[in-house]
Design a protein around this ligand. Structure first.
Ligand code: FAD
Ligand code: SF4
Ligand code: SF4
Length: 945
């Protein structure tokens, strides 16, 4: 097929803007850079990106691409590993089409748009006790559109099947210029005639499959999973039942036949209980037999990681015995229909007695424990990016399927093959289905490694087909990486039919050219530059990036920003729009399995262009006595200037100054500002002020700016909590910890303040904080001063930092207070991003769950950014409020009377967003109130974590 390439001179983006409106079209340098990659090894720079918001957008863009002859690539989350969501023409991103349109609980189906993230979909379905069965390990970030187009599967395919088994109908836009209602039709259904009239390609395929039934049947892979080629086998099965099963054609077609705008998916009941087992084998050869036996217990998932994989991810870190040659994860779901609960733990232990294990099987029943077991497995591929020596995990032979009982043999074959090549390799996957993910670590920029990659590509695929009688592709799709092998897998005749299918549906050759049906060698378009960088482009960070959550556009996302700020041709002027949009919330850093800190890279770029106006403000702040005098005057006059009419005037008058901070910056008239303190915290506690380190006074309180200048109750509460624990904290001289200053690029200024803090806090053994950002920043001082003379002092300080919720008093057990209700109310927790990044996640929850008279409820999205991010509310109020919308919903759904948090800055955003509907408190305030109440009732000291 001749591929139609875009004319270089055609102003594609301009045409598209006129067609669907400029807000939905991107073609600036950062957007093209961000959309040039997906999670594969490839890079292709597109001409324009469309952020589709309606079926009409899809229709107009497809019609345009066909008319003009521009390649068009549909895209969802861009987490495929095969290069199927990148292309040289238009990228049609469906992420903004992300709603559940209808749920039918009784009949267990839902109508869903393609841009919804799998994890979000299942979160929403959980309210009805149902879920979508297929569960790729990328479920936190991948979207339904990509899952449908790839026929994705995952660990639980064993029980629930892959996507093709879970789709009732699809709505697909075709080159015929009409929408196809792709559902199974009985062959005598009169609607089928009408469909064939509107969509001649559908009729063609019906004829072809009918005519070549025998040949298709003879080429059918005999293994349990296959996503290679078009699924003519599924169509043939349907015909044998008297049904034209159209969804089977489009599921797994990788955007090469049409664009999906909606799917009706089958839902399954959520398991009532689940048992997860982690089993370490001393001998790989026993794994095959164990799998056979475990299958008799009907597991819902059965996963393997080979010994090399365990070495590569770090045995110590994951508590894996040194002598384990392979590890299995087995999971068993119980549904309501099963009746009496089964003791899987007993069965597993019994079954395992027959094998030489490195340790007793680990059994997990609670969700938190089970998630811990899955964590390493799910993040395996990007975790391998931490491996050194310039070698990276390369996906090019990553998705083979053999008969399940031969998986041990396959693993041995692979280990020997790669040993001979002297290439480290990780082999893991869905062993119950015989589906192995093979990820060698190579430096593709090295000539010899490159040659090894090409050799192993052919040798392993060949062995899988001939020696093992398997498939080259179980679930990831053919994309660009396996396209050249599809003919080899099925032979000329069936490949010829695939080409006819493609030609019928895509006569213009514009739908995702180069993907699935292509003879282009897999080595074309490899992104050699990126494969030497630290980011695996897995997209996990996008799933937590609050900016991506709002914009649903790769150029406004953590992964996109990594690409943009590390691009060779990066320029601040070109990229200012996106580089300034990051909140510095650090959620990306907390979640990244490859240990990449995108926010830090962005801050470094900002530091090359420090914001002038913000610099003036911070310099003024550094002149503490003058700055504080002004604040006190403002505090005394707040009753006046905080009136609506005056706030409107302030917004107007300050606008020109604020614009010099950011185009979107303002002091919004309707924002609830924190109350300024007329007496600053140290003035309220003169007895604690100064460097008062003695043998008894070993604890200092780093209050930070908010607790010092705002009348928010946080500083008083922290001091009160410490005093109740018998600690008289010191308040040494201190400057801003540095977070806001760093955010605006003023590293030198920030370091000046940090040096004051290093000197001031050096004498103390413990430094207590009440602010999430201060906690993180103080812990990050060693990074800030890396290579500087202050590095050692910074390390010493970092080790002493404790958030107030981590201050424990083991001698006074919490149980003492269980019977002392202070006030019966429901409290939930908003987990501040910087505290999570500082590693403090359990302590605040533990404290809250032990407070007498309070019922702690963990809310959904507790770990998502609320959008305040220090001064971000002023920098871009509208985006900050859009980010908050999600948090508001979560708080409301939790039914809590109080939302607690660990950060004064988050409190400002929460109070502004909730407007008194739900009370907002710092955890320390609740602890302090609880102390007070208990003192009154004479019970002593309340809980600490
Ligand atoms: C760490 C990691 C783990 C993974 N684990 C698994 C796993 O366990 N199982 C598995 O199957 N995969 C896995 N994958 C691969 C990938 O995540 C899945 O295939 C996923 O379903 C792709 O979804 P996506 O939204 O990212 O799609 P994208 O990458 O955006 O697109 C994938 C394909 O779908 C097409 N497409 C997208 N939307 C549409 C639409 N509306 N209409 C038509 N075509 C469309 C695209 O053109 C492309 O061909 C993993 C990837 C990573 C990075
Ligand atoms: S920064 Fe980390 S989480 Fe984000 S795409 Fe890269 S490897 Fe994945
Ligand atoms: S710091 Fe927050 S806003 Fe910035 S890229 Fe990371 S997740 Fe996104």
């Amino acid at each position: 097929m001749t591929l139609v390439l875009p004319e270089k001179t055609r102003p594609i983006a301009g045409d598209l803007r006129r067609l669907i409106g400029s807000e939905k079209v991107r073609d600036d340098a950062p957007a093209l850079t961000a959309y040039a990659v997906d999670a594969s090894i490839y890079k292709i720079v597109p001409k324009a990106i469309i952020l589709a918001e309606s079926e009409e957008d899809i229709q107009r863009v497809v019609d345009y691409a066909v008319r003009v002859g521009v390649p068009l690539t549909p895209r969802a989350a861009g987490t495929n590993l095969t290069g199927s969501a990148i292309g040289s023409g238009i990228i049609l991103d469906v992420s903004r089409l992300n709603r559940i349109l209808e749920i039918n609980r009784e009949e267990q189906w839902a109508r869903v748009q393609p841009g919804i993230v799998l994890a979000e979909l299942n979160k929403q379905l959980a309210r009805d006790e149902v879920m979508f069965g297929p569960d790729p390990s990328s479920g936190d970030m991948c979207k339904l559109g990509g899952m449908l187009a790839n026929n994705s599967a995952g660990p639980h395919t064993l029980r629930y099947g892959s996507v093709k088994d879970n789709v009732h109908a699809l709505r697909v836009y075709l080159q015929t210029g009409h929408w196809l209602d792709a559902r199974p039709y009985a062959l005598d259904d009169p609607r089928l005639n009408e469909i064939q009239r509107l969509h001649p390609p559908v009729g063609n395929i019906l004829t072809i499959v009918g005519a070549h039934g025998e040949m298709i049947r003879s080429k059918r892979p005999t293994v349990s999973k296959n996503s290679c080629g078009y699924n003519l086998f599924g169509l043939l099965d349907g015909l044998e039942r008297g049904v034209f099963d159209l969804p089977k054609l489009f599921v797994g077609s990788e955007g090469t036949l049409g664009v999906i705008s909606e799917a009706t998916i089958r839902l399954v009941p959520r398991p009532k209980a689940t048992t997860t087992a982690l089993i370490h084998f001393r001998n790989l050869d026993e794994v095959g037999d164990a799998v056979f036996k475990l299958l008799s217990l009907s597991p819902s998932a059965l996963e393997v990681m080979d010994g090399n994989t365990l070495n590569l991810i770090g045995r110590d870190q994951h508590h894996i015995p040194a002598d384990a040659e392979a590890t299995l994860i087995a999971e068993f779901d119980e549904t309501a229909e099963q009746g009496r609960p089964r003791d899987y733990g007993h069965d597993i232990r019994l079954l395992c007695r027959a094998f030489r294990l490195s340790a007793d099987p680990v059994l997990a029943f609670r969700q938190e424990q089970r998630e811990q077991i899955w964590k390493a497995r799910k993040a395996l591929y990007p975790t391998l990016y931490r491996y050194g020596n310039g070698k990276k995990p390369i996906n090019y032979v990553d998705d083979v399927v053999v008969h399940a009982e031969r998986i041990g043999e396959l693993v041995r074959y692979l280990e020997e093959f790669f040993k001979a090549q002297r290439v480290p390799v990780a082999v893991f996957g869905h062993i119950g289905n015989g589906n192995a993910h093979i990820v060698p670590l190579l430096n593709v920029n090295d000539k010899e490694d490159f040659a090894r990659m090409v050799e192993s590509y052919h040798a392993i695929h060949e062995a899988v087909l001939t020696k093992f009688g398997g498939s080259i592709c179980g679930e990831h799709g053919d994309g660009r990486v396996r396209a050249e092998y599809v003919r080899r897998m099925f032979g000329d005749e069936l490949y010829g039919l695939f080409k006819t299918v493609k030609q019928s549906f895509d006569p213009a050759g514009v739908l995702n050219p180069g993907v699935k049906i292509s003879e282009t060698p897999f080595t074309e378009y490899i992104d050699y530059t990126r494969l030497s960088k630290s980011c695996a482009t897995c997209g996990k960070c996008n799933s937590v990036c609050p900016v991506y959550d709002v914009f649903q556009s790769e150029d406004m996302s953590s992964r996109g920003w990594f690409e943009i700020v590390t691009a060779k041709d990066y320029s601040y002027l070109n990229s200012k729009r996106v580089v300034e949009a990051c909140l510095n919330c650090k959620s990306c850093r907390t979640i990244c399995p490859a240990d990449v800190d995108v926010s830090d890279l962005i801050l470094k770029r900002r530091a090359e262009h420090p914001n002038f106006m913000a610099g003036l403000v911070f310099k003024f702040q550094a002149r503490q006595s003058l700055f504080e005098s002004v604040l006190k005057v403002l505090a005394r006059a707040q009753w006046l200037w905080d009136r609506p009419s005056i706030r409107a005037l302030i917004e107007y008058v300050t606008r020109p100054v604020m614009r010099r901070i950011a185009a979107t910056a303002r002091i919004p008239r309707d924002m609830v500002l924190p109350k300024l303190a007329e007496k600053h915290l140290p003035e309220r506690y003169p007895e604690l002020v100064g460097n008062r380190r003695t043998a008894e006074a070993t604890v200092a309180y780093f209050h930070g700016c908010a607790a010092k200048y705002f009348d928010d109750g946080v500083g008083d509460a922290v001091i009160s909590v410490l005093r109740q624990q018998g600690i008289e904290p010191a308040l040494p001289p201190q400057r801003c910890s540095g977070t806001p200053i760093q955010t605006y690029g003023h590293v030198d200024l920030m370091k000046d303040g940090a040096r004051v803090n290093l000197a001031s806090f050096e004498p103390y053994e413990t430094i207590v904080t009440g602010c999430a950002s201060c906690t993180l920043m103080l812990k990050d001082y060693p990074k800030l001063f890396a290579g500087d003379p202050e590095e050692e002092a910074a390390k010493r300080l970092a080790k002493k930092v404790k958030h107030v919720t981590e201050m424990s008093s083991p001698s006074k057990p919490p149980s003492k207070f269980d019977t002392v209700p202070t006030r019966p109310c429901k409290v939930t927790y908003h987990s501040s991003c910087h505290l999570r990044a500082a590693g403090v996640t359990r302590a605040p929850r533990q404290v809250l769950s032990q407070l007498p008279g309070m019922e702690f409820v963990d809310m959904q999205d507790a770990d998502r950014c609320a959008g305040g991010a220090g001064t971000y509310m002023l920098k871009d109020y509208d985006t900050s409020q859009k980010i908050f919308d999600r948090k508001r919903r979560a708080i409301e759904e939790s039914g809590a009377d109080v939302v607690a948090t660990s950060c004064p800055a988050c409190m400002i955003q929460l109070k502004n967003g909730l407007r008194g509907k739900v009370a907002v408190k710092h955890v320390a305030e609740l602890m302090s109130e609880s102390y007070q109440a208990n003192r009154v009732s004479g019970e002593g000291t309340p809980p600490a974590s």
